[in-house]
Design a protein around this ligand. Sequence first.
Ligand code: ADP
Ligand code: TYD
Length: 211
Amino acid sequence: MSISSVVSVLLVTVAGVSKYLALEGVDGSGKSTVANVLANRLSGMGMSTLVVREPGGTPLGEAVRELLLDSERLDDWAEVFLFAAQRAELAREVIGPALSAGTWVISDRSYYSSIAYQGRARGLGEHRVREINETGLAGIVPDHVFVIDVDPGLALSRQDRPDRIGKEGTDFQAEVRASYLDLAESEDKVTVVDGTRKVDEIVDTIVGEVT
Ligand code: ADP
Ligand code: TYD
């Protein structure tokens, strides 16, 4: 085998082990904090890592984020499609290429948020919302989804300034949480992690599952 073929095989092998990890949970559950500590931990183990957030992560995504979170009101279905639109852009422009290059992607939210918030808590239908999102993702979906589980009351008390959706209140967040717990029951790739533990312990659990 020539040197260049060996190098390509090695690159494919390295690329093959990178994973797309999504962190989910109610508003204020600790996702952003865990995402950064997890990325540092994996980087320290020699992995190339990229942290992205939804909504956001691309110029289009950040613009859509403002529309989604800062508008005074928004039609429920417009909300679904705006989340799905920014997500398709992020998947094809950023996440797919990063995974192909062997980079581990840690995402602060994913389309599982839409299933829980729009599908369940807004009552639009988890199956329909899943289908709409998967259509735009071209198979670029998380390998593992970790639900950082905390009681919505505790999570809301951790937040300084809730956004438009975060202001929906604890009954709404309780529906979101119930949806995540159901998803974990029905899908092997969805794991519930106790979010009341220390951040380092949460990260230990996640690293243990994915490496
Ligand atoms: P999210 O991204 O889910 O909204 P953040 O990571 O922003 O949550 O965390 C919300 C607040 O809770 C922050 O002040 C953060 O420092 C704190 N926090 C995060 N994880 C924990 C934890 N495991 N224990 C206690 N406080 C936490
Ligand atoms: P985020 O910035 O992650 O909020 P927080 O840090 O408070 O958890 O997400 C912004 C808000 O958007 C949050 O209330 C959850 C909501 N959201 C949805 O309703 N559907 C979605 O698909 C996503 C990604 C977020």
